[in-house]
Design a binder for this molecule. Structure first.
Ligand SMILES: NC(=O)c1ccc[n+]([C@@H]2O[C@H](COP(=O)([O-])OP(=O)(O)OC[C@H]3O[C@@H](n4cnc5c(N)ncnc54)[C@H](O)[C@@H]3O)[C@@H](O)[C@H]2O)c1
Length: 314
């Protein structure tokens, strides 16, 4: 895809977006308010691309790196771009300040998109002249390995902006979740939050250990969830499909919900148990190495899913 993109904020997420856009053929301009950070970003991206080549995810690093240029000013970064991906720290006042500048300086037809994890877009776009072209595109990290991205409109985001955003995201290989209105937590953190809350509650109640919860996911539920979602899962788990599943099994879940209303205290005594188990499995001084291991496993999984995409059906 031949679209010019500005990355505003070149931290963890900005750099990851830069890879996702440049890999797809976009000319990417990097801007960061910290002097030297945009240049350093390119240097930090280079070894990640080498890892991707090794994992078979891209053919060569050099053409992708060549599409990345650092911009000395915000004006220079935004000149002539069609897409702006803002990835500055998660502070409302900072976002409001940066977005006022983006709206003034970016070409009037450019889509303005925020990576924010948890701030609904109405909170930093309401006062903007070009608020119809603003949205949130929230990735899981890193977006060059995990395709899901939630597209969240403010009440004034134009339908045309949402269509364009979904087109651009699909064209760079992302899997857009297109929300029709904003909501705290968007979609993915609400789903993850529901699962985490129950995981904490189970361990807090002494019903099983943290490692049993993890085992239930990695050797159980998540095996199916890595190539189909919970709705397709239940559609295939009753002979006549999703309705049959709900009629047969709703009562099982209904019986559970009263005991799921109690809030777990994530930082209460249960955390001692979970942390002790985790640090026994991975000592604190090995967390960095384990994060690298996670990224390598993610790359291997992404490579598998890329070759299996036709079979999986997306
Ligand atoms: N870290 C994650 O896993 C994750 C995942 C999805 C979304 N996000 C969201 O992405 C955004 C960025 O998070 P991050 O983890 O990359 O943060 P980060 O701290 O790693 O990077 C932020 C960068 O923005 C720069 N910056 C600060 N003020 C700026 C300004 N006025 N103009 C331009 N650059 C500026 C900083 O110098 C820094 O390089 C946040 O909104 C966060 O919620 C984070």
């Amino acid at each position: 895809m031949n679209v010019a993109v500005a990355i505003v904020g070149c931290g963890l997420v900005g750099r990851a977006w830069a890879i996702a856009f440049a890999r797809a053929g976009c000319a990417v301009r990097l801007y960061d308010a910290t002097p030297g950070a945009a240049i350093a970003a390119k240097e930090r991206i280079a070894p990640l691309l080498d890892d991707m080549v090794e994992a078979g995810l891209v053919e060569a690093a050099a053409p992708i790196l060549e599409r990345l240029t650092s911009a000395p000013t915000l004006e220079a970064a935004l000149a002539g771009v069609a897409w702006v991906q803002e990835s500055v720290p998660e502070e409302l006042e900072l976002k409001q300040r940066v977005w006022a500048e983006l709206d003034t300086l970016a070409p009037s037809e450019a889509v303005l998109s925020s990576s924010t994890s948890a701030i609904v877009p109405s909170k930093f776009t309401e006062q903007l002249k070009g608020r119809h072209r603003c949205l949130v595109a929230h990735p899981l990290n890193p977006p060059y390995l995990i395709p899901a991205v939630e597209l969240v409109p403010a009440p004034w985001t134009a339908p045309q902006t949402m269509r364009r955003a979904a087109e651009v995201m699909s064209a760079i290989g992302m899997a857009p979740i297109v929300m029709t209105k904003e909501l705290d937590g968007f979609v993915m953190n609400r789903l993850q939050g529901a699962l985490l809350e129950e995981a904490f509650r189970l361990v807090e109640g002494g019903y099983c250990g943290p490692e049993d919860v993890d085992r239930g996911l990695k050797h159980g539920l998540a095996l199916r969830w890595s190539f189909m979602g919970p709705f397709e899962t239940i559609d295939l788990n009753a002979p006549a499909g999703v309705r049959d599943y709900c009629v047969r099994y709703q009562h099982i879940y209904e019986n559970l919900f009263p005991s799921m209303q109690r809030r777990a205290d994530w930082t209460g005594p249960v955390l001692e148990k979970i942390e002790a188990d985790r640090r026994q499995a991975v000592p604190a001084d090995q967390l960095d190495a384990r994060q690298r291991w996670r990224d390598q496993r993610l790359m291997a999984l992404a490579a598998h899913k890329a070759t299996a995409a036709e079979e999986i059906g997306d």
